[in-house]
Design a protein around this ligand. Structure first.
Ligand code: AMP
Length: 249
């Protein structure tokens, strides 16, 4: 069984994003970019399935700027077998990403597609669900456990009330939650090996997908700055202040 893992290049989660002066978006100039953390978890899960003998091949795919090649090399260094880069220099919205992924699914026929539950730059949480709809495949979202047996995959999902387990017929779509696994670091020898693994380059046109954005960003603003706190001498002063502010009786 082949496993397809879509990985997105996003601002590194440790970097505090800066908003452009004109409020048109987030400034990406000279900012450290990395693989979306939920996608690292997806790559790890796919590699573990191959190590267990359940998967035979792990294919990583990214849709984005030419530099997304670095993100794919990271996936290859973690252990993916080959990669596909669909180059587009502008933003690609989740629906267009899902349509391109559908084109790749039609060509590659993977038994499982494992995506992140959301990309930390747009927080859309849409692509996996849209891909399931476009391909007509069953979906198990927010997975904290994935078990393949025969022609089925069991996905344990973190829901408000606790854990829910669903069983899907393969081929299926799974999206990862934070607690599914702890992704491995790529070792130096594996980083070197990854440089010679196959990486195919494509364009959205190869899949007949128009990536013209359908949404217009009206404005992007920084979160309000936190006002400085006040130091109090003791608990009595704290209680008096809270009473004054009307937040304690
Ligand atoms: P989103 O729906 O944008 O929150 O993204 C959910 C998941 O879809 C991500 O965690 C990735 O697995 C996948 N994805 C979204 N955008 C891309 C992209 N441009 N290239 C590859 N995978 C993507």
């Amino acid at each position: 069984m082949k496993v397809l893992v879509p990985v997105k290049r996003v601002i590194d989660y440790n970097v505090k994003p800066r908003v452009k002066m004109d409020g048109s978006g987030v400034d990406l100039a000279n900012v450290k970019m990395s693989m979306n953390p939920f996608d690292e978890i997806a790559v790890e899960e796919a590699i573990r399935l191959r190590e267990k003998g359940v998967a035979t091949e792990v294919v990583a795919v990214s849709i984005g700027v030419a530099k997304a090649q670095e993100t794919l090399r990271t996936a290859l260094a973690m252990g993916a077998d080959r990669a596909i880069l669909v180059v587009n220099e502008g933003d690609v919205e989740p629906l267009a990403v899902a349509k391109i992924l559908k084109g790749i699914v039609d060509e590659e026929r993977p038994g499982l597609v494992i995506l992140g539950k959301q990309a930390i730059d747009d927080d859309s949480n849409q692509t996996g669900q849209m891909l399931a709809a476009l391909t007509g495949r069953p979906q198990g979202t927010f997975a904290s456990k994935v078990e393949v047996s025969g022609e089925q995959v069991s996905v344990t999902r973190e829901v408000d009330g606790g854990l829910e387990t669903v069983t899907l017929a393969l081929p299926a779509i799974v999206t990862t939650d934070l607690r599914l696994n702890e992704p491995r670091y790529a070792s130096l020898p594996n980083i070197m090996k990854a440089k010679s693994k196959p990486l195919a380059q494509k364009t959205p046109a190869d899949y007949g997908v128009d990536v013209t954005p359908r949404l217009t960003t009206v404005t992007v603003v920084e979160p309000p700055k936190r006002v400085a706190g006040v130091k109090v001498a003791d608990v009595d002063e704290l209680v008096a202040k809270l009473k004054n502010m009307g937040v304690a009786a």
